[in-house]
Design a protein around this ligand. Structure first.
Ligand code: 5AD
Ligand code: FES
Length: 350
């Protein structure tokens, strides 16, 4: 216990812990776990008060050229009903979102060749032209550096690209041969250099993940020093080869949220939909463990069922306004409030 307290102190001081120290921290007992949580909550409050930022997520296409083994919209899932939103539909999502108080829009989609750079740029210009006071985040996968540069020049502010795992062997087990950890990392460093606010992240409890993989993730994240980190439990999808693997654990996800908050005090850390899917109060628990962002869905309800990265995803039947109100009540129940703001990161480290 005493040595755990010591490790936590060193984590807080910004010392680089060794891999084995990180592994013992990840596996700490409940008392040390509570110590981590309470410290993470304190640091969240010091940096962001009781404000919780929201982002309106627009899942604009579920076509994907990739075939990640864990993902429900992987190319080889022939039972997935594919859809693309039209630019008009996307603009309607933004309009509704703006009225509801969202000041960040996240355009998320599979790697869909239809949305080539010209089309993406046109969308960015249209959204930023109409909503200059909003931040625009892209989450559309791996692209050449030139494409990232074009989107940035058109006005995109942020980019989410989870690294998925920082361990090369693990990466290979989760993906196909045409996908490499090197390219994933190349993308993240390019995005950072170009000037985006960058988000990386990983799934907790993904198939073949070991404690060592998680330690690698933590060390990589510390080095990248991103503005945002998305983590959530792995959840099986019945149309993937990982359908029989167990889902990631709530406790481990919460513990990692706390560790990340302590390691990067100013980072933007969402309590994800996946967390809400494995526990009815998952998002609240995530906030209490150090998270400070929620990302409800603004996609039209007619397509939400089709954007199933994993089984039993919550909120697929709710209208955007319902989710906003529901989240607002949930945040109030733990003494926090949803704020109307772009919610930029206070980590200006790049
Ligand atoms: N369970 C949990 N998260 C998943 N993602 C993809 N598939 C799953 C799954 N089965 C996550 C990946 C991806 C993000 C958009 O969703 O980490 O980067
Ligand atoms: Fe969607 Fe609660 S957040 S219904």
């Amino acid at each position: 216990m005493c040595s755990m307290t010591d490790l936590i102190k060193r984590l807080k001081n910004g010392d680089e812990l060794s891999k084995s120290e990180l592994i013992s921290l990840i596996n700490c007992d409940d008392a040390a776990g509570e110590e981590l949580r309470a410290l993470a909550e304190k640091i969240r409050i010091e940096n962001y008060g009781h404000d919780i930022y929201t982002r309106g997520l627009i899942e604009f296409t579920n076509y994907c050229r990739q075939d990640c083994r864990y993902c429900g919209i992987r190319k080889s899932n022939l039972n997935c009903r594919r859809y693309r939103l039209t630019p008009e539909e996307i603009m309607r999502c933004c309009e509704e979102g703006y009225k509801l108080g969202f000041r960040t829009f996240v355009l998320q989609g599979g790697e869909d060749a239809y949305f080539n750079d010209d089309r993406i740029c046109r969308l960015i210009e249209e959204i930023k032209g109409k909503y200059p006071d909003c931040a625009l985040t892209l989450s559309i996968g791996e692209k050449p550096r030139e494409s990232y540069q074009r989107y940035f020049d058109c006005g995109a502010d942020r980019y989410l690209l989870r690294h998925e795992t920082a361990n090369k062997e693990h990466y290979a087990r989760l993906h196909q041969q045409n996908q490499s950890l090197e390219n994933r990392m190349r993308c993240l460093w390019d995005l950072k250099e170009i000037g985006y606010q960058v988000g990386c992240g990983f799934m907790v409890g993904s198939p073949y993940q070991t404690d060592e993989c998680i330690a690698d993730d933590l060390l990589f994240i510390k080095r990248l020093d991103p503005q945002m980190i998305g983590i959530g439990p792995f959840i099986h999808h019945s149309e993937t080869e990982f359908k029989d693997f167990p889902d990631g654990a709530l406790e481990m996800t919460l513990r990692l949220l706390s560790i990340l908050r302590i390691m990067l005090p100013k980072v933007l850390l969402p309590a994800t939909t996946a967390l809400a899917t494995i526990d009815p109060r998952g998002r609240e628990k995530g906030i209490l463990a150090g998270a400070n962002v929620v990302m409800p869905n603004l996609s039209p309800t007619g397509v939400r069922e089709a954007y199933q990265l994993y089984d039993n995803k919550v909120c697929t039947g709710e209208e955007s306004a319902q989710c906003r109100d529901c989240l607002s009540i949930r945040m109030k129940s733990i003494g926090c409030r949803l704020v109307i703001s772009r919610g930029d990161s206070k980590n200006t480290g790049n």
